[in-house]
Each structure stands twice: as structure tokens, then as C-alpha cells.
Ligand binder design. Structure first.
Ligand code: DGL
Length: 268
């Protein structure tokens, strides 16, 4: 048994999609969450910058003595995971692998769509992950750089969101994909608008939720908490703790006002 916290980070609100699932599946685990709201978005940055940010985020979480690092960010998982594993000794998991496994299981017509930030799509991480499991699957990728600002500004299902969704998703829909990976942890906050546009028959893969399903196994019985309920989550951001608390609370369906602390990430 190990009652240390699980450390989770993202560039902003998106990683809460993983936190929500961890809370549901492992309610006894304590979580330390860091949303790098001051340096968001990551998805438009260079590989070098994303790796530098990810290393600082991990050093911050390690200062809380966490037992596992969850990179709840499609971009940092795609670009920085293997470097981070070489740099730190604490176990680190990203969102790509579990999502690819889920998509391969779900697709019937072997046509999978992948949405992600520009950096994620450029890295081809999901494309590679799927081909390694089943090279017969056709993967259609699309970068959706406007999705993250829509989420961070609370446009979860407004008219402007539906317009942007149509603009980005039309080519993928026309290819007839039956499974769609939301390859950025921010995108499940737009799931309603995306699912409505794609139609009922298309299955949606939420990368944060898929990763959360495997965390129990990754921790194993030696590292799981001995509590089965009452886990707490501490929230840290690098800017605008109020805005984060407001939108994060809506998404998590629980009040987190007053629980979000601002830190200076440049120190880590
Ligand atoms: N939520 C992140 C991701 O999964 C980051 C989005 C961004 O900062 O660009 O890619």
C-alpha cells in the first residue's frame, strides 16, 4: 500500500477529464493536479519548449512526493513522454497508448479519426500507436488548434463551437470513420458538440478516461492507496486560479472554489 498522491498535469483544464475518471474509478486516491494555465497552449509550441515545460511540471509534482506522474495532456504525451521517462525515475504514463488500444478494439470498419493539437498531429503519435497494433487500420488525422481556446473560455457547446466543429470535422466525417479519438484532453469538454456533429454511430474515445482505466493496474497492489474512498485533490495553476476554479468546477460537477492555488512554475 502507498498513500502518496498521484500527480497529474496538463496545460490547463483539459487534464481534469482524466482527474474526473480517476476520482470515479479510484475514489480513495489523493491527487495533486497542476494546470499550466500561464503557459497554455502547449499544442502550438515547439518540441523543445514542450519538453522543457513538461520537465518543470514534473519537478513541481515530484516536490509533492507523488508516486506516479500522469501526463494528462495529449501534446506532452506525444512529444515528451520518452524523454521524461529517461530523465526521471518515478513512473510516468501518458494518454496515447491506452487510447490507441481502445480505438483498435472499437472500430469495426477499420477507419479511425484522430483529433489533436498541431504538435500532436505533427508527431503522428496516435497514427504510429494504432499501426503498431493493427497496420490494417486507416487513420485520418486532423489538427484542431481552435478547440483549446474555446474550452478555456467556456465555449463547451455554443454556436461558435458548433461552427468550428463542422469546419474541422467535415473531412473526417466524409471519410466514414466509425471511431474518433479525442487526442487532446481538452476535447472531451466539447464532446457533446462533436458527438452531435459526427452522429450516434461514431464511437468517441476520451483519452483521459481511457488512461484512468489503466491506472489501477499500473499502480499495482503495492502502490495503490489503502483507502477506498475520501481521496482529495489539490489543484495548482500557473495563472488565473479563479477562472480555473469556475470552469473546472462546472466540468467536475463539484465546487473547487478556494481550493485552487497559484504557483510560480518557472521556479521548477
Ligand atoms: N490538453 C492538452 C492536450 O491534450 C493541451 C492543449 C494545449 O495546451 O494546446 O494536448
Amino acid at each position: 500500500m502507498n498513500n502518496n498522491s498521484i500527480g497529474v498535469f496538463d496545460s490547463g483544464l483539459g487534464g481534469l477529464t482524466a482527474v474526473k475518471s480517476i476520482m470515479e474509478l479510484l475514489p480513495g486516491e489523493n491527487i495533486v493536479y497542476f494546470g499550466d494555465t500561464g503557459r497554455l497552449p502547449y499544442g502550438t509550441k515547439t518540441e523543445e519548449t514542450i519538453k522543457q515545460y513538461a520537465a518543470g511540471d514534473i519537478r513541481f509534482l515530484l516536490s509533492h512526493n507523488v508516486k506516479l506522474i500522469v501526463i494528462a495532456c495529449g501534446t506532452a504525451s506525444s512529444v515528451a513522454l520518452s524523454d521524461m521517462r529517461n530523465k526521471f525515475t518515478t513512473p510516468i504514463v501518458g494518454v496515447v497508448e491506452a487510447a490507441c488500444e481502445a480505438a483498435v478494439k472499437l472500430t469495426k470498419n477499420k477507419k479511425v479519426g484522430v483529433l489533436g493539437t498541431s504538435a500532436t498531429i505533427k508527431s503522428e503519435s496516435y497514427l504510429r500507436g494504432i499501426s503498431e497494433i493493427d497496420s490494417g487500420i486507416k487513420v485520418y488525422q486532423k489538427a484542431c488548434p481552435l478547440f483549446v481556446p474555446l474550452v478555456e473560455n467556456g465555449h463547451f457547446n455554443t454556436e461558435v463551437t458548433r461552427l468550428v466543429v463542422k469546419e474541422y470535422l467535415e473531412p473526417i466525417k466524409n471519410e466514414g470513420v466509425d471511431t474518433l479519438i479525442l487526442g487532446c484532453t481538452h476535447y472531451p469538454l466539447l464532446e457533446k458538440a462533436i458527438a452531435e456533429y459526427m452522429g450516434e454511430e461514431v464511437r468517441i474515445v476520451n483519452v483521459g478516461a481511457e488512461l484512468a482505466k489503466s491506472i489501477g493496474n499500473i499502480l499495482g497492489k503495492d502502490n495503490i492507496s489503502d483507502k477506498t474512498e475520501g481521496g482529495i485533490c489539490e489543484y495548482y495553476v500557473s495563472d488565473d486560479e479563479k477562472g480555473f476554479a469556475e470552469l473546472g468546477g462546472v466540468f467536475l460537477e463539484r465546487k473547487i472554489n478556494g481550493q485552487v492555488k497559484k504557483i510560480d512554475i518557472e521556479k521548477y
